[in-house]
Write a protein that binds this ligand. Structure first.
Ligand SMILES: [Zn+2]
Length: 364
């Protein structure tokens, strides 16, 4: 989650480490083979722009990924299709993958969209509209978006300026609410003005840098998006406001890692405490609540791949924390659990370290 284009890049190690064999659960508590009604959401930025490896996918890698999905009978959905299915509680087939792209760089138009058009696959592109309005040569143009939209190629909201949407330390509550309204509503207005009134009716929003604000009245419940690989059948309300996505830059995109990610299933966390990603005590403690005992072979990691401390408070409640303070500007805790059929369950929670100098400046 991170910058001028980015997102979470660099913050995930996947899978961080294999769980220890000694912690394997007994059969009665082993997780099921798979989870129904879930999907994997991938996020990309640049295609074939090899000078920015932290946010780029090489074209040969990308072609291999698309071939793999096609040859292994995956379903490729748009994000609006997925969210709509979730809201309507209609079934989502196993092996469903959603491609999202943030920032609308020109390589999306030049490389990614032609490949998807040729395959008849959908794609969801999140647009920070000020960059388009300013006519940067590195970005798509409105005209190009009008040319390719439809047939599953859809454009959605990535705010106007791409500034982080969490409240700044020097910002009053009133000023913050006004700023977020202008960022989100302003971008939506530009999208609809340029691409048509039907644009982004699902109200998908990709939070710049993946920094999602604490829920507040300024947010419609419909404003969904952010990042997440799986949506369980019984979707806790918080999930639709913070969908997790797997970053697909070069560093995370070798074929074995890609296969693991697209076969991943959600770790069915029912609730988290705290919800707010802005850290108050550092290192933060995070409590995960499960609807039923998930088995105790869950292992959690920081982005460096170090094991987190973890303590089961009871069969359905797990507390995790890092031994050391989290460095700014942002980080995450990720938990994994192997399934009986060789897949992985996965859960991730993002943190934002509230230092004035830490907001936003690092991604590409
Ligand atoms: Zn972005």
């Amino acid at each position: 989650m991170l910058l001028a284009g980015v997102i979470i890049v660099g913050l995930i190690t996947w899978p961080p480490q294999p769980p220890e064999a000694s912690s394997a659960p007994v059969a009665a508590t082993a997780p099921p083979a798979a989870v129904d009604n879930s999907a994997v959401i991938l996020i990309y930025h640049h295609f074939g722009k090899d000078s920015v490896p932290s946010t780029n996918i090489r074209l040969a890698q990308f072609d291999d990924q698309l071939d793999y999905l096609a040859e292994n009978d995956f379903h490729v959905w748009s994000l609006s299709q997925l969210v709509t299915a979730f809201q309507n509680q209609t079934p989502i087939p196993d092996k469903t993958v959603v491609f999202t792209v943030d920032d609308a760089w020109i390589s999306v138009y030049q490389e990614a969209i032609p490949r998807f058009k040729a395959r008849g696959w959908p794609m969801t592109v999140f647009v920070n509209t000020d960059a388009i309005d300013q006519g940067y040569r590195s970005s798509m143009t409105w005209e190009q978006m009008r040319e390719v939209q439809g047939d599953g190629i859809e454009f959605a909201n990535h705010s106007r300026s791409h500034d982080p949407l969490i409240r700044r330390t020097d910002e009053s509550d009133q000023a913050w609410r006004k700023r977020v309204r202008e960022e989100v509503s302003g971008a939506q207005q530009r999208l609809q003005a340029e691409l048509g009134a039907e644009t982004n009716q699902t109200q998908l929003l990709s939070y710049p840098y993946g920094e999602f604000p604490k829920p507040s009245p300024i947010w419609s419940k419909k404003w969904a998006m952010w990042a997440l690989p799986k949506i369980p059948a019984r979707q806790p309300p918080f999930r639709l406001t913070r969908l997790m996505r797997f970053p697909m830059s070069e560093a995370f995109a070798d074929m074995e890692a890609f296969k693991q990610k697209v076969h991943a299933v959600v770790l069915p966390v029912e609730n988290i405490d705290p919800f707010d990603p802005v850290i108050r005590d550092n290192p933060p403690h995070l409590t995960l609540s499960f609807t039923e005992p998930p088995g105790r072979n869950i292992q959690c990691f920081n982005p460096q791949g170090d094991r987190l401390q973890q303590q089961w408070l009871n069969d359905t409640t797990l507390e995790i924390w890092d031994e050391n303070p989290i460095p700014p500007p942002r980080s995450r805790y990720a938990c994994t659990q192997p399934t009986q059929d060789g897949r992985w369950r996965w859960f991730s929670h993002s943190w934002v370290v509230p230092k004035a100098a830490s907001s936003g400046l690092q991604d590409d």
